[in-house]
Design a protein around this ligand. Structure first.
Ligand code: 13P
Ligand code: SF4
Length: 356
């Protein structure tokens, strides 16, 4: 399978690590901090080779980590696919816990580590397996699609998994198979935005079955939101337009439908990164977790990124180089799921990956 995440090669010596990090991060971080962080990065890179570990880094990792230790970086879809393919004995997932769980489900015999126990997610915390069962009872015969930002027990109750990078493709596939009732969990905004993009009606989970169109497909959503992306407002978009009329504004589809309607591009973290790489514009503003803007500014120095650094994901922020070194040295924190749960949670992920 084609590997679409960027493959990062790292040099062995501390001096080379410092030089590499300086070349990427000089405009983003002070030099003394780069040197300090490089010491951790160097130790991690030595240890990961000795332990035959692979490090996967989500696009929201802080710049010092993102540009120093991951073997692969990418969005949740790319990193899920990579976890199914790797030959390493240990997967260190520099991302949040639901991502580590997805890696464990796809590679159950491997040791999967997430460097902090605090790396949660407001979406994953906002729905339970019992909620999914209740919804199935309320809408008999409906197909259940769960965003990858859910825990394993919720995936185990679902028919399909999806990410923000393929939600439309999964729904299109289900419509082609003749499904009319598509329960899309748990992010209300991603559900509304995907339904709007596809011209489908959206209904909240408490809608009565009799209010749904009898013969046409409909998306039924849940009520939780990403605590980071829900904070962006239409006023923020208009402010950027006033200050920089030539800026291209890109937003993650976890933002509200009102925000998505006013921006220029909506897409997953990979889609936003690809856009900045491939489409020439005077400047770019990202409505997403703010580390990603720093990472892109370091990766594409010829591009002008408007830095808006007030919104950080408190969960992604837990993963630091210091914790990643600790994770390797102490082999912590292991993602543990029962065989029975893995067996039930895997088919929805496999169905999603088979549509790539
Ligand atoms: P991506 O799937 O676009 O990488 O995003 C994951 C996420 O948690 C966004 O908040
Ligand atoms: Fe979850 Fe939002 Fe953080 Fe992504 S940014 S991990 S959706 S809380």
């Amino acid at each position: 399978m084609k590997r679409s995440a960027e493959v990062l090669e790292y040099p062995a010596s501390l001096d080379e690590t410092i030089a590499r990090m300086k070349s990427k991060l000089e405009g983003v971080m002070p030099e003394f901090e780069i040197k300090l962080k490089a010491e951790y990065a160097h130790k991690i890179n030595v240890l990961k080779r000795e332990m035959n570990a692979v490090i996967l880094g989500h696009n929201y990792m802080e710049p010092a980590l993102y540009h120093s230790v991951p073997d692969y970086v990418g969005d949740s879809l790319q990193l899920s696919a990579l976890s199914a393919e790797t030959d390493a004995d240990i997967i260190v997932f520099c991302g949040v816990m639901f991502m580590g769980e997805t890696a464990k489900i796809l590679s159950p015999r491997k040791t999967v580590l997430v460097p902090s126990e605090e790396a949660g997610c407001s979406l994953a915390a906002g729905i339970s397996a019992a909620d999914v069962r209740t919804l199935r009872n309320r809408f008999p015969g409906a197909v259940v699609v769960s965003y990858v930002n859910t825990y394993a027990d919720v995936k185990a109750e679902s028919d399909y998994c999806c990410t923000s990078g393929n939600a439309d493709k999964v729904i299109r596939h289900l419509m082609d198979e003749g499904h009319k009732r598509i329960i899309f969990l748990p992010d209300e905004y991603l559900a509304r935005n995907t339904a709007a993009e596809m011209g489908l009606p959206f209904f909240p989970a408490n809608a009565g079955e009799d209010t749904l169109p009898p013969d046409k497909p409909a998306v039924i959503g849940w009520h939780v939101r990403c605590e980071v992306h829900e904070l962006f407002t239409v006023e923020d978009v208009r402010n950027i337009r006033r200050q920089w009329p030539d800026a291209v504004i890109l937003a993650h589809p976890e933002c509200s439908p009102e925000v998505i309607a006013e921006v220029d591009v909506a897409g997953s973290t990979k889609a936003m990164s690809d856009y900045v790489q491939n489409v020439d514009a005077p400047r770019y503003a990202l409505f997403t977790e703010c580390s990603m803007g720093d990472n892109l500014a370091a990766q594409f120095p010829h591009r002008e990124m408007i830095r808006s650094c007030s919104l950080r994901c408190q969960y992604m922020n837990q993963i630091t180089l210091e914790d990643t070194l600790d994770a390797l040295e102490k082999c912590q924190y292991r993602v543990e799921l029962s065989d029975e749960l893995i067996e039930r949670a895997r088919p929805p992920i496999d169905r999603m990956l088979s549509l790539r």
